[in-house]
Design a protein around this ligand. Structure first.
Ligand SMILES: [Zn+2]
Length: 221
């Protein structure tokens, strides 16, 4: 057991490893890093070492259980969904606005941050105001601009926007970084352009058209 190798040495922990062969070179540095990290861990005595799978009540990982989780309708692990699965969270509030429960719909559509971003996207596309009432509306492209040549580009924009909303949310949660909406819009414009032009080499879409009037794009014109 790991706990058998660890001894209290004043306030710090010291380690007595038993090696078949003593570590040398780069491995010594890695071992030191590991030991430094272990200083802040609390080791419970008595029980055997084990891994715990936190998304299952019994703590046991099975690929079957993982597949079921992934196939569930709300696959995005927003706070409300994680809470339902029994993971103990301080709060189910949205990390972006701290003002409402974080559901999938909230995170991608109704959060003030998401709403502001969608308004900017629609404004960029010269398409009025967002009318999404749920996620299906978005993924089915129900709010396509009238020009059918541009509708595929619009769908790509919607998907990249959904992806970026999720990414920005995770940067806030895991790294404490907050992006403002104009920065996110620029990133979406660049990412979606790159995505579209690298997937369709025969598409004559140039950067200026994309930035200034994407909804008028017509490949045959
Ligand atoms: Zn929110």
């Amino acid at each position: 057991m790991v706990a058998d190798r660890i001894f209290k040495d004043g306030a710090a922990l010291s380690f007595r490893w038993q090696w078949a062969r003593d570590p040398t070179g780069k491995t010594c540095g890695e071992l030191q890093q590991l030991q430094d990290r272990l200083q802040s861990f609390l080791f419970a005595g008595g029980a055997s070492d084990s891994w715990t799978w936190i998304l299952q009540g019994n703590g046991i990982f099975t690929t079957q259980a993982l597949t079921t989780l992934v196939n569930e309708r709300n696959r995005i692990p927003v706070h409300v969904e994680i809470d339902k699965r029994g993971v103990d969270l301080d709060s189910v509030r949205c990390p972006m606005c701290n003002n409402d429960s974080e559901t999938v719909e909230h995170a991608t559509l109704t959060c003030p941050f998401a709403k502001d971003l969608w308004s900017r996207i629609f404004h960029w596309w010269n398409g009025g105001t967002p009318q999404y009432s749920n996620l299906e509306d978005m993924f089915q492209g129900k709010t396509c601009p009238s020009n059918t040549n541009a509708s595929k580009l619009w769908q790509a924009t919607e998907w990249v926007t959904g992806y970026m909303l999720w990414r920005i949310r995770n940067l806030k949660v895991f790294e404490g970084k907050m992006w403002n909406a104009p920065m996110v819009l620029s990133e979406i414009q660049a990412k979606s352009f790159l995505w579209i032009t690298s997937r369709s080499e025969n598409l004559h879409l140039d950067w200026n058209t994309w930035l200034l009037h994407p909804s008028t794009f017509d490949d045959h014109g």
